[in-house]
Design a protein around this ligand. Structure first.
Ligand code: ZN
Length: 132
């Protein structure tokens, strides 16, 4: 195992895009899976660190969200097809909804996801932004 591989293994999964790759058919899954739905027992799944780069496969603009997300509306939720082939549903941040188009290049960023309560816990996770 290389040093680089060792380094990212110690970072919690939510700070990295760790998927799994089937050695049999080469398919990449995110979130990780235990078994490849195509190959079943024939396929061995390996952890793979994803580049965090991809393209917008499809998207929708959310204008009437639930109360929890009212402050940030309108916002864009997209299915991003990662370079490695897996698809991720994610929010696209730092953009005007009008600027988003299918096929746009995007990259992963870390953002606050939610803050719970007044002195609450802030959780971070990945979102994507346009790479223009
Ligand atoms: Zn497979």
């Amino acid at each position: 195992m290389s040093d680089t591989v060792r380094a990212w293994r110690h970072i919690p999964q939510r700070y990295n895009l760790i998927g799994s790759k089937c050695e049999q058919c080469g398919k990449v899954f995110f979130p990780s899976r235990i078994i490849c739905p195509e190959c079943r027992r024939k396929g061995q799944l390996e952890d793979i660190k994803l580049s965090g780069k991809g393209k917008i496969y499809t998207y929708s603009v959310i204008t009437t969200p639930t109360d929890e997300f009212k402050e940030i509306a309108p916002y864009v939720v997209a299915i991003v097809e990662l370079e490695e082939g897996a698809k991720v549903t994610t929010q696209i941040v730092d953009c005007n909804p009008e600027d988003v188009q299918i096929g746009d290049e995007v990259e992963m960023v870390f953002r606050r996801i939610r803050e719970e309560g007044k002195d609450g816990v802030i959780s971070y996770g990945f979102k994507f932004k346009l790479n223009k």
